[in-house]
Design a protein around this ligand. Structure first.
Ligand code: ZN
Length: 240
């Protein structure tokens, strides 16, 4: 993050709680949902407490504004840790795209070669079983030629798998560039999308959010955010 920007999302629909279902109650572990909040003070609240009352669990309120701002900041810095710039300096977009085209051309050629060798194997079987003795090939010849053809087929298949893997990786790299682009404008992007989309966005990135026990609402803070994706894994993949 270049600077600490003020992220106060516009509240068009004040009733929406994008972290609903992600925050976990520090006491009972059930999800936290929209609390019985006033217009001025808004909270997330333990769902068990909300539905079954105080005997089931305490409310364990956490401030809505604090939680959402904290999570948004954390998501931003998490995306930034992907740090794709060194890689992207080495490989330009045009390189990626032209490389992709030549890889895809090679796939086409290989697929044709595979079809050809498969046809060759079928033809060899036909010759081996030919009615006409003059046409028929001996067991030795048949075995030798089929073996050769199978070897060729295996080699082509392996190369095809390699190419497909490389194409998939390159497509991922292009995608990563889009991620980088989104980071720069993430806040404006976040402010533009609907509250429903904000909820969807958080739920797509985050598995769950743990909060501290804290004896008062003010003391209750976010302890840990568990993501669906692991950025460190992504970096390992990219440097491979
Ligand atoms: Zn609870």
């Amino acid at each position: 993050m270049k600077s600490k920007r003020s992220i106060q999302p516009k509240k068009i629909h004040p009733g929406t709680y994008p972290l609903s279902g992600l925050l976990k109650c520090p006491q009972c572990g059930s999800v936290m949902v929209q609390g019985n909040s006033s217009q001025k003070y808004k909270y997330y609240q333990c769902n068990k407490n909300k539905s079954s009352g105080k005997s089931a669990c305490s409310s364990n309120l956490i401030k809505k504004n604090y939680a959402e701002e904290y999570v948004l900041e954390a998501v931003l810095s998490q995306i930034n840790t992907l740090n794709l710039s060194p890689l992207l300096q080495a490989i330009t977009i045009s390189n990626l795209n032209s490389n992709l085209v030549s890889l895809e051309d090679e796939v086409k050629i290989l697929k044709k070669a595979l079809e050809k060798v498969e046809k060759k194997i079928i033809d060899l079987y036909k010759l081996f079983n030919a009615e006409d003795e003059d046409e028929r090939i001996s067991t030795e010849t048949f075995t030798l030629l089929v073996k050769e053809a199978e070897k060729e087929k295996k080699r082509d298949q392996q190369r095809l798998n390699e190419l497909n893997e490389r194409i998939a990786l390159q497509k991922d790299l292009n995608l990563s560039q889009n991620i980088n682009f989104v980071v720069d404008d993430f806040i404006s992007f976040y402010q533009l999308i609907s509250d429903e989309d904000k909820k969807l966005l958080f739920h797509n990135l985050i598995k769950e959010i743990h909060i501290t026990k804290g004896s008062t609402t003010k003391e209750r803070k976010i302890k840990e955010i568990i993501y669906h994706f692991l950025p460190e894994n992504m970096n390992t993949l990219l440097s491979a």
